[in-house]
Ligand binder design. Sequence first.
Ligand code: C2G
Length: 761
Amino acid sequence: MDFSIIIPFKDKGNNERFLENCIESLNNQTYQDFEVLFLHNKSERLQTLTRHTQLNMRTLEMAETDQLKDYRNLGLEEAKGEFLIFMDADDYLHPNALIYAKQMIEASKDHTDVFKFAITKTNLDKTSTLKKNKRVFFDGEAFSKLEAVMNGASISVDDVQLKQIINGFFENQMISHKSEHVKPVNYLSRLNYQFRVHSFIIKKSFLIDNQLKFKSENTLYSDIPFLIELYNHTSNIKQTTTKLYYKYIHNDSINYPSLTQEEHDDRLLKRVQAINEALAFCENLKIARQLKITAINDYLYKVVKSPIFTESYTEVSKIYRELHTILNIKSANFKLSKRHSYEMNAIEKGKFKTAFMFSKSRVLGYKAYQFSKPKNQRFRQKKIQKNVFTRLPIQENTVLYESFLGKNYSDSPKAIFKYLLENEPNKWKHIWVLNNQDIVKNEHEFKHKNVRIIKRFSWKYFYYVTLSKYFVLNMRQPKWLHKKEEQVILSTWHGTPLKRLVFDMENVTSANKNYKKDFYNQSRKWDYLIAANQYSQEIFESAFMYPKNQILTYGYPRNDILTNHTVQYKNEVKEKLNLPKSKKVILYAPTWRDDEFHSAGKYKFKLQLDLQRMREEFGNDYVIVLRMHYFISDNMDLTGFEGFAYDYSKYNDINDLYIASDLLITDYSSVFFDYANLRKPILFFTYDIEKYQSMLRGFYIDVYNELPGPLLLSNDALFNALNNIESVNDDYKQKYENFYRTYCNLEDGNATKRVVNEVFN
Ligand code: C2G
């Protein structure tokens, strides 16, 4: 047998989530001559998952006291394959990984014993990742075989390999494979000092001949000594140039932390201990140097910044003892900068207290330097927020408002503000976060003596965000905000969800891998959260992991005006927006797409709506208002459409656009939940629904059956619906009614009052 794949799996009750990917990827290998060894702690979940697999697989039970090293050693002993492949249970392989490995090994006539798959890190689900990385790789013999067939050679029915090649060829693009030699010492520096055994392919006889085993008891870094000992015996590692091993980076470190994401107070100590242990196996002076540098850098940049450095000298001194031994071990030469060498010399000589003092003053010096650098304004602001502003008394009657990160004067914060201003005009001091003052220059509320405007991230912002008794906002507060206990954060959120949110999302395409963790920590600081309906409440409880039955399900303050406004208000708004009185108004308000962006937070939007045709067919009766999502940074070019199409993407409050319009076209934006309060027709222009639903986020409701209007996948369909709007309305009458009853049933025009009574009194 060619390969034994060794996979340790210590079931902790919450880490079996990705096992299926791993098993499935082995099932899908195009090369079949391998066995799988699962070493596990009597995991029932593993047993269930593997029960029906056709894989050549053994599951071996470990004792509760066994450590990771014991798992791998048993795998090593039991393996029948010529080569051992080490894998982690949450990772997976490209379908052609093994055939590639086989070819790489065969092509290496120089008796290489250690090989490796190059790794790609991913935080997307397996299907999406593999879709992105479809290519298969064959070379030499296989490729010429295929070429021969394409040139007319006959195909043998028993030629399994050829069949695989042909299947692969039709499904994917084909390139020939390449691999490269990497010296362990280069390898160490290239991989940024990551020492992990996963993705290695090692000849079993080589391990036996050199008596290599996992010896370290280190619970977090037992790989390090093993790999260093391995490098001691081999001068070459052959690595694929193509990334065939998928390292899964968990995007939900709250519920499913990987070993690296788990919090261990002694992580840094464990790491320096493992390096120390590894050095004992290290004869190669250059590798020893790399290890030393790693330990030194860990100390200089990680230890001194970690909580243990400020909290416990005893813990730091344990690290010093390890470093002391490390620094006294022989290695190739290297040079430290002067300021770092004071600390290291002291540690080398065993003068730990002195080293501690030096490090402390270096850290202080560094902080002072950071603090004084002119361009580090934000750093200064955060420090002052944390260390100065939080010590000042809270301002009891001050309310701070922020809508869409300071971009608009809108949404529920606006409704709550107007209510407080009208009902208790002298009680409150109101501060609005607005990046551009001009957007409210015609709003009479802002003439009131108790209303002020500040810019986001100005010094005043840092001050008021800390000291306002109430902070009312519709997105998340900044991560750096050290909230005072007396402060009350009222999160209104900004819509009834259609698209899956945070913890209900498998993939987080555009945001960073800490998105879920950050969201979790930030939302723990909300004192109140509002939901427009029961449906939203349930979703927020799951998607935000928000405590059960704590949400104020009172209807949306922002929607009160949709119930309460007058016809006169509608006319005034139309006038304000320069829309012709004689014509009906279509509002087009689509959402953003996670996978279409220029850079972080700046999303693209390509208008698919045929404006030309719309003007030709409906220009006599209608005008259209375009309203892009606030994440879209592309500007609409409406040259030539003057008097027919109006871009109100930057207009403050979408409510006015709802009120002024007679019909809504949207897609997957939550706007229709609000619009339905007006009972005007809604059309869904969902030209990319398949991609959106599968690749991106997926939906909470059955969009094919529950929506209050038709899904229209093309301009033709859309125009057809517009032409027959009366019959569309008739067709959707019942659905609209059901929809209204489910999602708008709390919107009686008094939501703001209910919220204010609960939160402010
Ligand atoms: N919005 C807008 N103009 C658009 C789209 C949205 O002004 N063209 C505003 C609306 O107030 C809407 C809110 O932004 O309710 C949220 O927009 P969505 O398109 O639903 O997208 P997103 O910002 O991802 O929020 O729970 C709601 C979800 O969180 C979705």
